[in-house]
Write a new protein. Sequence first.
Length: 152
Amino acid sequence: MKPMKKPAMLKKIYFAFLFLMLSQVITAQTLDFKNKNASNSQERTMMLDIFRANLYQEYQQEFVFVVKHFKVGGNFAWLEAEAQRKDGKPIKFDGDEPHDCCFATALFKKSNGKWYLVESGAFGTDVWWAGVRSRHRAAPRDIFPGGNEYDE
C-alpha cells in the first residue's frame, strides 16, 4: 500500500501561507528615518541628496535639513523637514510670491531598487500635500503624520 501524501501537501500549503503572511507583515513595516543610523544611513542620505538637488535647481542655494518627520513604508517615504542654507545665511527668495520659511516636504517612491522624488514642495504658503494619499493610494498611511489633510 502506498503512503498517503496529503499531510506533506498540507504542510507545504501551511508553510506557503505562513511565508505569505510574514512577508506581508514585513513589507507593511514602517521604518523611522528621522535620525541617521547605521541601518538607514545610505538610503536616508541618498533621499535627502535627491531632495537637496531638486531644491538647488529652483533656488540656486545649497540646503541642509533639520528632519522633523521621515518615515519609510514599503516603496514609499514621506519627509517633513526645516530647510536651512548650508552656509548659514538666510534663504533668498526671488520675485513677489510669498514664502513660508523654512518648511519642506517630499514624497519618495522606490522603483527597481532606487528612490525617486515623486512630489515635493518647499517654502510655500499653500498646503500642496493635501490629498497626496489620494494621488498615491499605494503609499502606506503609516508614513504620514497624523491628520486628514494628506487624504483630502
